[in-house]
Write a protein that binds this ligand. Structure first.
Ligand SMILES: *Cc1c(COP(=O)(O)O)cnc(C)c1O
Length: 385
């Protein structure tokens, strides 16, 4: 097989012979002609299959090492499709630190639908195994969680799942196929918010499901075609373009993160830094077992006796104060007041989210400019004693 970087750029579809175009055209057609009744056709209707979308689906299947991939209009639509293969009465074990939107769809949609759920800390394999019931069908988790970047290796979970005949479903948004291929470690289904690292430029909302085998491909394709939350040809094109620079973006992002983490680690008034890509920090040994890096997100906790976290994030100039992550520009957010604001103060503390916790999504800018920005904001945020 070709190297990852070659596969990023060269889409595994037949070339466009008419014109010699080196990129896949944006096929706007919603319907495709049959030569005659009964003749086999590759595409007949765009919800069921579109050549532009299909090219990117093939590429993602290839990059994740899966049998097939399916693209949707958002990460949540993709996660819905992956979970809609189950039926009322099925039980699913879920990580207790999953993305807020996933928590919401599980508890405010799928539970009404009849799915039963048990949340566990997936780092604790005996807790995972202990949660298995007669009707358990799957384990769903994120190998690196948000915003505390807790690490759960895929292999341990997949071994428990296989022993009990369950599916392993992994949300690989934070690491992307450049840094982790969950299917290689025994997962059956991978989901992505392709809005994040895969597209990489904060201008496409998209989601992906990648499956290991043909049987699962049939089940997910049924949902994609029947529910119809497909990615548009235009957005498929932009996503496909973003994917080509995934590796070089993440290389720079990780380089930048390590410099910022190093700065915060040594700074008095910082209670804690969370980044499993740093050998001194929690999760490093677990991450190293499977992943080639920890990605471009890190968090740190300002000691709120020393710094005012609200003034700090408000004072940053290069880092945009915004949720989301994974793009070329740097973003910062305050989980207690933004991404995790729905949790009560007590629930936030139970989840380890203190008022001083700051989450950074680091872009591809010059590290020196990012550091200067952080330093000037820290000066403004420093509390008088
Ligand atoms: C953003 C995100 C999602 C949801 O994706 P959307 O594209 O916003 O619908 C799911 N999982 C994780 C880990 C995310 O960061």
């Amino acid at each position: 097989m070709q190297g990852f970087n070659t596969r990023l750029v060269h889409v595994p579809i037949e070339s466009e012979d008419e014109t010699g175009s080196v990129t896949v055209p944006i096929y706007k057609a919603t319907t495709f002609r049959y030569p005659k009744i009964g003749a086999p056709v590759k595409y007949d209707y765009s919800r069921s299959g579109n050549p532009t979308r299909h090219a990117v689906e093939e590429q993602l299947a290839n990059l994740e090492g899966g049998a097939a991939a399916f693209l949707f209009g958002s990460g949540m639509a993709a996660i819905h499709a992956a979970l809609a293969i189950f039926k009322a009465g099925d039980h699913i074990i879920v990580g207790d630190q999953i993305y807020g939107g996933t928590f919401r769809i599980l508890h405010q949609f799928f539970e009404d639908w009849g799915l039963e759920l048990t949340a566990v800390d997936t780092r604790d394999l005996s807790a995972v195994e202990g949660a298995i019931q007669a009707n358990t069908k799957a384990i769903y988790f994120e190998p690196v969680t948000n915003p505390l970047l807790q690490v759960t290796p895929v292999k341990g979970i997949a071994e428990v799942a296989q022993k009990h005949g369950l599916l392993t479903i992994v949300d690989n948004t934070f690491l992307s196929p450049y840094l982790l291929n969950p299917l290689k470690y025994g997962a059956d289904i991978v989901v992505h918010s392709a809005t994040k690292y895969l597209s990489g430029h904060s201008d496409v909302s998209a989601g992906a499901v990648i499956v290991k085998g043909q049987d699962l491909a049939k089940r997910v394709y049924f949902v994609q075609n029947a529910i119809g939350g497909v990615l548009s040809p235009e957005d498929s094109n932009e996503l496909g373009r973003g994917i080509k620079t995934l590796a070089i973006r993440l290389d720079r992002q990780q380089e930048n993160v390590l410099k910022l983490v190093d700065f915060f680690k040594k700074l008095p008034g910082i209670a804690k830094v969370y980044y499993p890509g740093d050998p001194d920090l929690a999760g490093y040994a677990e991450l190293k077992q499977e992943a080639a890096g920890a990605g471009g997100v890190f968090s740190c906790e300002l000691d709120d006796q020393v710094y005012d976290p609200v003034v700090f994030v408000n004072s940053l100039e290069i880092f945009a104060l915004a949720v989301s992550l994974g793009a070329v520009e740097s973003l910062v957010e305050l989980p207690s007041k933004m991404s995790h604001a729905e949790l009560s103060p007590k629930e936030q503390l139970a989840a380890g989210i203190k008022p001083g916790l700051i989450r950074f999504s680091v872009g591809i800018e010059d590290a020196s400019d990012l550091l200067s920005d952080i330093k000037q904001a820290l000066v403004k945020a420093k509390l008088a004693r």
